[in-house]
Ligand binder design. Structure first.
Ligand code: MG
Length: 285
């Protein structure tokens, strides 16, 4: 192309004119403030290192008084009879003492919980450090000593039991403390009792993402497929007492009840595309 050719100059001029016309037809780029959201202001909390955030509900901190936040599923004796371990501020599954569930009920929560499987390995597969965290008394996040301990993958540590295996096996060796940090969103039911939206679960195991916003297929079942049946909007959190040899310990258990503000309104400004931003002003030296 010869840039000095009259036709070339004409076509370049046409392109420039067309671009200018297009820009003139577009709405101007809104100022930054047009998309600033001022309310609601997020509440201020404190989040100290290695401690519960200030807006958390501490369910167990090693004290006898916090053990009183729980009750046994043993109807004949609902007192929480798991063993306190003062040196580690933990409680340990006590054979024959039933599962423990909170006296309080919860719906959508963030959960932090620390657990430890027995240092001395006995048994294998599902018989080795088996316990579980049941959200809403119904939906199990599996606790198992899965360190070099093969079993069915949707039953290993970090699995949503019999529904989803964890993305990775982030297990620490037997006897070491491990953490679960989870976000559980309760299922919603329609007025006629049918399922509106399933429960959803996100889990970090020892800080590693193992479940991401997984839609649960229903309450945990060991045999057969799960099926949703309408239940209250809030139910207790439950810890499983699996078997006589599964002496799992728990400590530092807290939850934050979650509520989600409605989606912010879309600002009352024209949608893109916008006219190009004016060139920045030159700063005089
Ligand atoms: Mg279990």
């Amino acid at each position: 192309m010869n840039p000095r050719h009259p036709l070339t100059i004409l076509s370049l001029s046409a392109i420039l004119l067309a671009t200018a016309a297009l820009a003139a037809a577009l709405p101007p780029l809104p100022p930054p403030e047009a998309t600033d959201q001022k309310t609601p202001v997020p509440p201020v909390i404190t989040a100290p290192p290695n401690a519960a955030p200030s807006d958390a509900i501490v369910l167990f901190d090693g004290s006898a008084s916090s053990l009183a936040n729980w009750e046994s599923t043993d109807r004949k004796n609902p007192s929480p009879r798991w063993t306190l371990e003062p040196a580690t501020r933990a409680m340990v599954v006590a054979p024959g003492a039933g599962d423990l569930r909170t006296k309080a009920a919860f719906g959508d929560i963030q959960l932090h919980i620390e657990w430890r499987s027995p240092a001395i390995v006995k048994g294998k597969g599902q018989g080795r450090g088996n316990s579980g965290v049941f959200f809403m008394d119904l939906y199990e996040l599996q606790v198992l000593d899965s360190y070099e301990n093969p079993t069915y993958v949707n039953g290993q540590a970090g699995a949503i039991y019999k529904q989803y295996p964890p993305l990775v096996n982030a297990s620490r060796p037997p006897g070491e403390w491990q953490t679960y940090d989870a976000v559980f969103i309760a299922p919603r039911f329609n007025a006629d009792g049918t399922l509106a939206t399933p429960a959803r679960l996100t889990v970090f195991h020892n800080g590693v993402l193992v479940q991401h916003d997984m839609p649960l297929r229903g309450p945990t079942e060991n045999r057969g497929l799960p099926r949703y049946v309408r239940h209250p909007a809030k139910l207790p959190l439950r810890l499983q007492n699996h078997g006589a040899g599964d002496l799992v310990a728990y400590r530092n258990i807290w939850v934050r009840e979650l509520s989600f503000p409605p989606a912010p309104p879309i600002p009352d400004i024209p949608p893109p595309p916008y006219a190009p931003a004016p060139p920045p002003k030159k700063i005089k030296k």
